[in-house]
Design a protein. Structure first.
Ligand SMILES: *Cc1c(COP(=O)(O)O)cnc(C)c1O
Length: 380
């Protein structure tokens, strides 16, 4: 079956009792045992819940992995993955990683004896040079947030295999529609399902997808032991989101391409980052490993921070909001919103200024989105 068919149908056929085409929402904490020492595969919903199980099977099919483990947020999924490490272990991580992920690493996990080196993973030599004897994990985000840098995953997989590193890819921006990290050698794929997978700004969720049985077992153990599990209703809504993922992503990408091309031509715009532009430094890698360039665009104005503030306060269709990946277009100021936890010096070292604007291009009419940008930028 093609991936599109799997997105729509997932792992659910029809309810055996009623024929309902959607699975029920098993809003329940516990399960009655038929007799002591026996159960029907379910004992307590932190450990296992039927609705969560449907979502996990759906996610595994969508990503093309053997197993998926769902969490209450992308950050809970990220935290669970780091539990594969032990005190004394070292991680090599993309430098332009999601702000919440670097906060988890730098402000929490360092207290437990883990160490981190951030490198530009678009440069495989820099990654190989950062590996130490105690390095156990390689954490790559592609495309990155907010600069949309792209990493060559096959090159990373080679380094990871050579040094026996667990190779995780945060594929939140690309989605399974446009990128298949497991096919390119990743051990674990991370999604913030809050974003494109659920797709409608309706919930917070996360997931890990993998082929390896032992990693899956460890992540299930973390899921029930730590307990950062998603509610049955959130699982069900995420499942609905995945059913339309491929259709939405196609439109997100078409609109983002048009918005990026419009911005690149605009005299007041200093720079545009979108992997679908031939001016993007890793455009060729992106074109080779992705099936589309997704819906995120970043840009900076010649007028710097003042001009950026004017634009962000005057956009009408693009809503000023923290998130991304929903049907509604959104605009974010990374320096004061998503990446406020990253010190200014570090932000500048990564290559993004206080004037950087990030767009999550929605599925509205591209003409309307461009008209909105035009009017906001004209006064800047
Ligand atoms: C949002 C996001 C996360 C964190 O996910 P939450 O669902 O907000 O906890 C991690 N990685 C990336 C790339 C994200 O965009």
């Amino acid at each position: 079956m093609n991936r599109e068919t799997k997105f729509v149908h997932g792992a659910f056929d029809a309810d055996p009792e009623t024929g309902a085409i959607l699975p029920p929402i098993h809003q329940v904490a516990t399960y009655v045992l038929p007799e002591l020492g026996k159960n029907k595969g379910f004992d307590y919903s932190r450990a296992v819940n039927p609705t969560r199980q449907y979502l996990e099977r759906h996610l595994a099919l969508a990503e093309g992995g053997a197993h998926a483990v769902a969490f209450a947020s992308g950050m809970a999924a990220a935290d669970a993955a780091t539990k594969l490490l032990e005190s004394g272990d070292h991680m090599v991580c993309s430098d332009d990683v999601y702000g919440g992920v670097s906060r988890l690493f730098n402000q929490i996990l360092v207290k437990y004896g883990l160490t981190f080196t951030y490198v530009n993973t678009s440069d495989p030599d820099a990654v190989a040079a950062a590996v130490r004897p105690e390095t156990k994990m390689l954490w790559v985000e592609t495309p990155t947030n907010p600069l949309l840098k792209v990493t060559d995953l096959s090159a990373m997989a080679e380094i990871a295999a050579h040094h026996k590193l667990t190779f995780l890819v945060d594929s939140t921006f690309a989605t399974p529609v446009f990128l298949r990290p497991l096919e390119l050698g990743a051990d674990i794929v991370l999604h913030s399902t809050t974003k494109y997978l659920s797709g409608h700004n309706q919930l917070i969720g996360g997931a890990l997808v993998m082929n390896d049985d032992a990693i899956a077992e460890q992540m299930r153990f973390m899921q029930k032991s730590i307990g950062a599990v998603p509610s049955p209703l959130d699982c069900w809504m995420t499942m609905l989101g995945i059913k339309t993922l491929h259709v939405r992503m196609q439109r997100h990408a078409e609109n983002a391409q048009r918005v990026a091309e419009f911005l690149e031509e605009h005299e007041k715009v200093a720079s545009v980052s979108y992997p679908g532009l031939s001016s993007h430094p890793q455009h060729e890698i992106a074109a080779a490993q992705m099936l589309g360039f997704s819906g995120m665009v970043s840009f900076a104005l010649r007028g710097g921070l003042d001009a950026a503030e004017h634009v962000m306060n005057n956009l009408k269709l693009f809503r000023l909001a923290e998130s991304l990946g929903a049907v509604e277009s959104m605009v974010t100021h990374p320096a004061t919103m998503t990446h406020a936890a990253v010190p200014k010096m570090e932000r500048e070292a990564r290559g993004f200024s206080d004037g950087l604007i990030r767009l999550s291009v929605g599925i509205e009419s591209a003409d309307d989105l461009i008209a909105d940008l035009k009017q906001a930028i004209s006064g800047a």
